[in-house]
Design a protein around this ligand. Structure first.
Ligand SMILES: Nc1ncnc2c1ncn2[C@@H]1O[C@H](COP(=O)(O)OP(=O)(O)OP(=O)(O)O)[C@@H](O)[C@H]1O
Length: 410
């Protein structure tokens, strides 16, 4: 057995062959990281060699290759995806679309089914129902076509641990016909400071940066990033965001999961909110915060009213936040809120959502204007309640996320 760092890259090549191989191997029954630490003889696993990749027309000579275009064509299309474990559907009819030249964020509470869905798109898991298409192809059946065109950054990094950081990146780059310049990429992501450190000795954030570099070094047309900036310091996060934006400008389709609402709000062109294995809301950040996003076929009917303030010419959407004693009965509040908008408001109930977000903190979401504030303070006064504060503001993506998915821990 050659030693780590051997110029012939024996163990490294062995590991990396496995990395590539793993991207097209369904290993539902294996722990997610274990496969990467298995030494697999080179001859046992198909690697992408430059000649093979070039023959397949796989690796574009310029950014945003043949399959990518800036015309926002559909790059990833998931319809009715179902994935079961022990008879339980952890993904339960999920629909998702991601376009070229756009950043698509998949948000959801822990265990919502985001990673499982993304791994079905990566060809790592086989669906039990529905269809998944990446660049129009089946991730498992057309793995050979997709492998050079799709970059994957797994949630746990998924890197071989005995390899030096920069050697690993160089070796991954060598698998592609026209990789990005390794030193330039390493510089951008600050890898040089730990270039000769083995992956197992890297900090979590450093590993994430190496994993991201490995996912994009081959100039993919589609990139899946599972929590790309988890554990990163603010400087690294900025560098990652800049790189992701640059990929988008090059026409790459980027699908990322994140728990960081500011990351999604800053980066995403389109957001899918997933809960219990289904998409419960989709739209741009603006559409979601304005309350006019699609709620999907499985959206909570209580929350699925088409909030008309984003469409009519009335007041803008907003949130009124009240701090007062806990346990106020909000049932009557809606009756005192302005019932109609300047455009008539449509027939039926006004589009207000009032909730006690946490004990003693209430949010009233809708077309907030001065008359709303007056109505709410009058309602409080009628009940002899002295509010500690009444403030107005816009809804954030986090507000929307919590409204949609609730506040209970998963
Ligand atoms: N191999 C497996 N066997 C059994 N259950 C699994 C397996 N993989 C995932 N699950 C379960 O499927 C559900 C969805 O998991 P998944 O990792 O997709 O969630 P997630 O939305 O990515 O969560 P997080 O935000 O915590 O990463 C969870 O309940 C998880 O325990």
């Amino acid at each position: 057995m050659r030693k780590e760092g051997d110029p012939q890259l024996g163990p490294i090549a062995t590991h990396l062959t496995r990395v590539v191989h793993t991207q097209v191997t369904d290993r539902d029954d294996a722990p997610r990281t274990a496969a990467y630490d298995c030494a697999v003889p080179l001859s046992d696993a198909p690697a992408i060699d430059p000649a093979q990749a070039a023959t397949a027309g796989a690796v574009p000579a310029s950014p945003a290759g043949a399959a990518a275009s800036a015309d926002h064509g559909v790059a990833v299309e998931v319809r009715g995806l179902v994935k079961r474990y022990d008879g339980r559907a952890v993904v339960d009819g999920l629909d998702l679309v991601a376009r070229q030249g756009a950043i698509t964020a998949v948000l959801g509470p822990n265990g919502a089914g985001k990673t499982t869905s993304i791994e079905c798109c990566e060809g790592l898991r086989s669906p039990d129902g529905g269809t998944v298409r990446v660049l129009g192809r089946d991730p498992i059946g057309d793995a050979r076509f997709l492998r050079p065109r799709v970059g994957v950054m797994l949630q746990d990094g998924g890197l071989p641990t005995g390899v030096r950081a920069l050697e690993l990146l160089r070796h991954v780059a060598a698998m592609y016909a026209a990789p990005r310049p390794v030193d330039e990429l390493a510089e951008r992501l600050g890898l040089h400071g730990f270039a000769r450190t083995t992956v197992r000795r890297l900090s979590g954030g450093q590993r994430q940066r190496v994993a991201l570099a490995a996912a994009v070094v081959g100039r993919p047309d589609v990139v899946f990033l599972d929590e790309p900036s988890a554990g990163m310091d603010p400087q690294s996060r900025r560098a990652v965001w800049d790189l992701v934006r640059e990929l988008r400008a090059d026409g790459v389709a980027i699908v990322l999961t994140t728990h960081l609402m500011d990351e999604a709000a800053d980066l995403a062109d389109h957001v899918h909110v997933v809960d219990h294995g289904r998409v419960i809301a989709s739209g741009s950040v603006r559409e979601l915060t304005d309350g006019v996003a699609d709620r999907g076929p499985h959206g909570d009917p209580q929350r699925s009213e088409d909030a008309p303030w984003g469409k009519g010419g009335g007041a803008g959407p907003g949130t009124l936040r009240i701090e007062a004693r806990p346990g106020l009965d909000l049932a009557g509040l809606r009756n005192v809120l302005p019932a109609s908008l300047s455009d008539g408001g449509g027939a039926g109930a006004a589009p207000w959502i009032a909730a006690e977000a946490e004990p003693g903190v209430y949010t009233v979401t809708g077309p907030v204007d001065p008359s709303t504030v007056a109505a709410v303070t009058a309602w409080l006064a009628d009940r002899g309640v002295l509010a500690r504060s009444v403030t107005t503001g816009s809804r954030t993506l986090e507000d929307v996320f919590l409204d949609l998915t609730g506040r209970n821990l998963r």
